[in-house]
Design a protein around this ligand. Structure first.
Ligand code: FE2
Ligand code: FE2
Length: 184
């Protein structure tokens, strides 16, 4: 089924672009964290990069009936610094998505009755809230020259929900079963 309204379709493409860039950026920043001796922060970046891939894939799939070539404009944080500063970049990106981008996209999708887009934007919004908090904790550690204390990191492959240490019985965002979470 195609997205009927041009504005929701534009927002899906822009969100797709933003998530793709976040995915790559986190993989790159993860490599920096690895080199700087923060293996858990490296793993956090890698896990969250996967969550952003899930979001990008969801937005892309919602557009599966809207074939065509489009220029895509999306916000992205640029720059390669040390791990604490890269985490600050991560916080900035996630907070922009949580405070401005996804709430605005979501309101338009609701107003235009684009149910699949509402679902995809909601999934992303809920995960980004968790990402912002995890990056804040990791940044506090990195600033003190310490690694982030975390055991396993789990990502829901349906919605990108991100859990640390303990796996929920089912995904609190999309209801998926515990067994399908990807472990990092
Ligand atoms: Fe995120
Ligand atoms: Fe989920």
């Amino acid at each position: 089924m195609a997205v009927k309204n041009a504005m929701t379709a534009d927002f899906l493409r822009s969100a797709y672009g933003g998530e793709c860039m976040a995915h790559m950026r986190y993989l790159t920043w993860g490599e920096v964290a690895e080199k700087e001796g923060f293996p858990n922060i490296a793993r956090l970046f890698k896990a969250i990069a996967y969550a952003e891939q899930v979001h990008a894939g969801n937005h892309f799939n919602v557009l599966n009936g809207n074939i065509g070539d489009h220029p895509v404009t999306a916000g992205g944080v640029f720059g390669l610094k040390n791990t604490a500063e890269n985490l600050q970049g991560g916080i900035m990106g996630e907070e922009f998505e949580v405070d401005q981008m996804y709430p605005a996209y979501l309101e338009v999708a609701k107003m235009q009755k684009e149910e699949e887009a509402v679902r995809s934007f909601t999934f992303a919004l809920e995960a980004e809230k968790i990402h912002a908090e995890l990056f804040k904790k990791a940044k506090e550690a990195a600033e003190q020259g310490k690694d982030f204390e975390v055991n396993k990191i789990y990502i829901c492959p349906i919605c990108g929900h991100t859990a640390t240490d303990e796996l929920p019985n089912q995904c609190p965002v999309c209801g998926a079963k515990k067994g399908i979470y990807k472990e990092f």
